[in-house]
Design a binder for this molecule. Structure first.
Ligand code: NAP
Ligand code: MG
Length: 499
């Protein structure tokens, strides 16, 4: 009240300033029903950060229609003209870096330095994918008939949908939407309901950058309503989704009805193997970072450390020490090394997994509690948690927790380490710490994942290399690298008789 009086802002005005809109055909629109949903700061659940359109099926169809109309012009534009638009967006992104980071931290909870890191990674990926879009080369191919010239061209698919998660609410849309647009497609984008304002910030850059109406449309609302139309409407030619394995598998099934192409980046249970000849300090640093950064909510987080018996004690002691040094706090607090988890569902789910670990007989060596310090008890804070003595078949060793919980599994030798690391439904990322070349090469050959690392953390990635999982971690072509844009094109083969 005092605050509102001081700034002369009424409750109504405050709500209006925090009310956001959909972006359809170059216009900012409410949901047709005017219904909204709220987003809350995971560090302080009493704080509503904004109200967002709770869009209907009809609103979603309107966005698809806008993208369909815009496709006619956008697809025949030279890639150099498309790049010109996107470079304007990129320049704005670089300019707004700090502002966008604030919104990521506000909605997701991750510490500001990690939010800035997310934007920097998005900027690097955007630069790379704009340039990839200028290299959509075809082939000329000799044929058996005299006087016939044959070649291939790469063409866009049409309207594509992008459905993104809350853990990288800025980088994931960039990774999907930039190659889609550079290839000549138009797009309807649905951000996760936990991070809609980041989706708005992203879309605003395109609006201010002067992107033609309908080329990019953004619509907020329920996954089961908006998301479902974006998956089942026959005008959608490809779906790029990042999220849970459960939702992703459902999308794969539904998309098959219209033979819609899918790119699904799903869950993970990424392992780091530590052998007896490893640089233990290096391994501890990598595992601590990859297990607890963003509260363990990277899809590439390390959630299993598989360590051989001979060095288990040293590794565990150093790991616990490093973990206990992590300061949990509000992402805006400069001293904090780890923020809250993103929302109450995550909070409750992670606590259930911690209880399950205790019940199954794993030994809790660090953390294990929600944080109850005065000002933090209002948010979704969980201590960085380590279980040791974990058996490979325990729930905490098999299921994706997506939180700051690390399971340490001790094994006899290298062979057992490989077996345990692969004995799981997921296959996103992995890593091994060793100085033995034979073990490193054998691991790389046998690890069942989309990308792996030697003496590096499971989360390391670069824009020019493919990013995606196998098994239940991914379906379709990987994102990023050359495949990032390849997913969004189709081939046309041309035979031309000239004499
Ligand atoms: P999620 O529930 O699967 O949601 C992801 C997105 O899908 C959200 O935008 C969500 O909308 C939407 N959605 C939900 N139900 C849908 C439906 N029936 N049809 C179409 N869309 C639907 O996952 P999440 O909770 O946001 O994210 C956590 C999961 O994502 C974790 O399992 C994590 O491993 C995975 N992830 C994987 C990667 C990777 O690259 N492999 C990267 C990041 C995250 P609402 O928000 O409105 O529900
Ligand atoms: Mg969900």
């Amino acid at each position: 009240m005092i605050c509102q009086y001081f700034f002369g802002i009424t409750n109504k005005e405050m709500n209006e300033s925090k009310t956001f809109k959909n972006y359809i055909n170059g216009q900012w629109l409410d949901a047709s029903t005017h219904d909204t949903f709220e987003q809350r700061n995971p560090s302080r659940l009493s704080e509503v950060t904004g109200l967002f359109p709770l869009s209907s099926k009809e609103d979603t169809r309107l966005a698809i229609e806008a993208a369909q109309s815009a496709f006619t012009e956008w697809k025949i534009l030279s890639p150099f003209a498309r790049a010109k638009y996107l470079k304007k967006v990129l320049a704005l992104m670089i300019e707004r870096r700090e502002d966008i980071a604030q919104i990521i931290t506000l909605e997701n909870g991750k510490i500001v330095s990690d939010s800035l890191g997310e934007i920097d990674s998005a900027i690097a990926e955007m630069e790379f994918q704009i340039n990839e879009g200028l290299r959509l080369f075809g082939e000329t191919v000799p044929v058996s008939i005299d006087g016939v010239f044959a070649y291939t061209v790469k063409e866009p698919l049409g309207v594509v949908s992008v459905i993104s998660p809350w853990n990288f609410p800025f980088n994931v849309p960039v990774r999907k939407i930039i190659p889609a647009l550079m290839a000549g497609n138009t797009c309807v984008f649905k951000p996760a309901s936990l991070t809609p304002q980041t989706g708005y910030m992203f879309t605003k850059l395109f609006d201010e950058g002067g992107i033609p109406a309908g080329v990019l449309n953004m619509i907020t609302g329920l996954g089961s309503v908006v998301g479902n139309i974006l998956v089942t409407d026959p005008r959608i030619k490809a779906i790029s989704f990042t999220g849970s394995t459960e939702v992703g598998m459902g999308i794969h099934q539904k998309a098959s009805v219209n033979a819609t192409r899918t790119q699904l980046e799903l869950g993970g249970k990424n392992a780091t193997v530590i052998l007896e000849d490893a640089d233990i300090d290096l391994a501890v640093k990598a595992v601590t970072r990859a297990a607890f950064a963003c509260s363990g909510q990277w899809c590439t987080s390390t959630s299993r450390a598989i360590v051989v018996k001979k060095v288990a004690q040293e590794f565990i002691e150093k790991l616990v020490k490093a973990t206990n040094a992590i300061i949990v706090g509000d992402g805006f607090d400069q001293n904090a090394g780890m923020g809250p988890v993103c929302g109450t569902d995550q909070f409750e789910n992670i606590k259930k997994y911690i209880e399950s670990g205790k019940k199954e007989g794993a030994i809790l060596l660090a953390g294990g509690n929600e944080v109850r310090n005065n000002h933090l008890k209002e948010g979704c804070f969980i201590e960085p948690t380590i279980f040791v003595g974990v058996k490979p078949d325990m729930k905490i060793a098999q299921e994706e927790i997506f939180g700051p919980v690390l399971s340490v599994i001790t094994v006899e030798n290298f062979e057992e380490a490989i077996k345990v690391s692969n004995d799981i439904v997921f296959g996103l990322s992995s890593s091994i710490f060793t100085n033995n070349l034979k073990h490193a090469m054998t691991f790389v050959q046998q690890t069942e994942v989309g990308f792996t690392h030697v003496n590096l953390m499971t989360s390391l990635k670069e824009p020019q290399l493919p990013f995606g999982g196998i098994k239940e971690s991914g379906v379709g072509m990987p994102e990023a690298g050359k495949t990032g844009i390849e997913f969004f094109i189709k081939y046309k083969t041309v035979y031309m008789k000239y004499s």
